[in-house]
Design a protein around this ligand. Structure first.
Ligand code: ACM
Ligand code: ZN
Length: 512
């Protein structure tokens, strides 16, 4: 039986043809547009990794080539892939379209078929493909546990393979600051390191359950620029997250004068939510965060900049003279409006620099500038309210997209996780457009993303285990049409696809 490709995410239209194309070491690439260069480079690299064969580029289109051609009536991420006996053609109008055509082509290669080495038969077919959503993301928390740059690149490789186009990079937390800032050197000498970490589950832990080992690390500016460029060449935009006004204890350990009480503090060693946050009444805090963001903007060219905004306890603000003075001076009703004032300040700051603010759904409380976008994590409610109020929304509801939740009800057989229950089937069943939105409101849903909070993922291979294969299901949710859609149809394709993930040495969870 001829191999039929198990492309994930499933293309919009796929039609089988007659015959096969023989891919071999003599196959070469031909292109008439520089827009296809990243796609060719990506394919040649990945193919070399799998086969040890370096495919060449040719100056002319002959029989047996893979031709990448510009077609201007295609949307930027759309592509047409045509495999025929005589040759292969990928058509697109922009770099991402060519790249996604190359990714689908790569998934058509039967690397595992017996006797195929050096001579692969690709079934004739025609694919016309287009994504359902423009924001297809995964969020990586490199703050609770630090991952090396080499692995972050590997993680980006897995995004490309599933046509994700956003890496939301969570770089600051109570437990660690991970980004080099020239103006505030103590952020990397002090805030990037904690003396030890919790072992076992935080909610069950005793006061002495720590691992006795320092943990930390940070990304230098040169490394961050390298990762940004690596991602960009692969169609992935990195959206950095700098948390404010909560989740800031690592900063306060280095700069206690930015808190309400003056400290002292240490970089947090326990998980959970902590009372000490940035003082919203202190102008030095505003200046500090503006300085940090100026340097962040130099590194990350993304349209959106994430400012966190979640889980900011107001305990300290209630007792702080400076915070209370700000509430009075700005005519604010309460501490929620103080947070809203704070977020608006940074919305104005980012907008003036040609960027857009995005934050977790708490930023809606107390009002929000129209240009700001909302990431809905406490279920869909924040997303619904935001879309109705005319804000753009990225859906990240915990019950369906928190990839730090357990993958099986049989918890004893799984690595320790934060809690929850999120099977592969449940991720696959997720529908990002809430039923209660009108079609007009639904236009504000930019897409969605999966969350990898790493409190309980101390090593990169555990991040891989929690991410995959659930991220394969999410990729299909975000790329493929809403209908038809059936888990029973997805599962056999996924099982074939897992052989490719084996080849990429990805530590995914086995499918039941
Ligand atoms: C969140 O999970 N605190 C966004
Ligand atoms: Zn204060």
């Amino acid at each position: 039986m001829s191999h039929f490709p198990s492309i994930i995410p499933r293309p919009l239209e796929l039609e089988g043809g007659d015959g096969n194309f023989q891919l071999s070491r003599d196959t070469s690439f031909y292109t008439n547009t520089p827009l296809a260069q990243n796609a060719v480079a990506w394919f040649v690299d990945e193919f070399y990794r799998q086969s040890g064969i370096s495919l060449r580029q040719s100056e002319t289109k002959t029989s047996g080539t893979v031709a990448l051609r510009f077609q201007n009536d295609l949307a930027p991420e759309n592509y047409i892939l045509s495999i025929q006996n005589e040759g292969i053609e990928i058509r697109a109008s922009e770099a991402r379209g060519f790249l996604y055509g190359a990714v689908s082509l790569f998934q058509c290669i039967p690397f595992d078929s017996p006797g195929a080495v050096g001579q692969w038969q690709l079934p004739a077919l025609e694919i016309r493909d287009a994504p359902r959503f423009g924001w297809r993301g995964l969020m990586l928390d490199s703050a609770r546990h630090f991952q090396p740059v080499s692995w972050v690149k590997k993680f980006i490789d897995t995004l490309v393979l599933h046509k994700f186009n956003v890496l939301h990079w969570h770089l600051t937390e109570d437990q660690g600051w991970r980004i080099e800032i020239d103006k505030y050197r103590a952020l990397t000498s002090v805030s990037a390191w904690r003396k030890h970490s919790r072992v076992g589950h935080e909610l069950k832990a005793s006061t002495t359950d720590f691992d006795g080992r320092p943990h930390g690390g940070f990304y230098s500016k040169a490394e961050l620029r390298e990762v940004v460029a690596y991602a960009a060449a692969r169609g992935v935009t990195i959206v950095p997250e700098i948390e404010m006004p909560g989740h800031a204890k690592a900063v306060l350990a280095a700069y206690p004068e930015l808190s309400c009480t003056g400290g002292p503090f240490e970089v947090e060693t326990k998980w959970g939510i902590h009372d000490d946050v940035f003082c919203a009444g202190n102008d030095d805090v505003i200046r500090f965060l503006e300085d940090v963001l100026e340097e962040v903007l130099e590194i990350f060219p993304s349209q959106f900049i994430h400012v966190g905004g979640d889980e900011c306890h107001k305990t300290r603000w209630k007792e702080c003279l400076k915070c209370q003075a700000r509430i009075k001076h700005e005519n604010l009703a309460d501490e929620n409006e103080l947070q809203s004032w704070f977020v608006r300040h940074f919305d104005t700051f980012l907008t003036a620099r040609g960027r857009r603010l995005i934050g977790w759904d708490e930023i809606l409380e107390g009002g929000l500038a129209q240009n700001a976008a909302v990431m809905s994590w406490r279920g869909e409610e924040g997303g619904i309210a935001a879309a109705r109020a005319g804000h753009d929304v990225v859906m990240a509801p915990n019950q369906q997209t928190y990839l730090d939740y357990y993958q099986s009800a049989n918890r004893a057989s799984e690595p320790l996780a934060i809690g929850g229950d999120l099977s592969l089937a449940k991720v696959y069943a997720y529908e990002p457009i809430p039923e209660s939105l009108t079609p007009e409101e639904a236009k504000h849903v930019l897409g969605g993303q999966g969350q990898l909070w790493t409190e309980y993922m101390p090593r990169p291979e555990i991040v891989e285990y929690m991410a995959y294969p659930r991220a394969c299901a999410l990729a299909e949710t975000l790329w493929s049409p809403a209908q038809p859609r059936a888990f029973d149809e997805f599962l056999p394709r996924l099982k074939a696809h897992l052989r490719l993930l084996d080849r990429l040495h990805l530590n995914y969870r086995q499918v039941d």
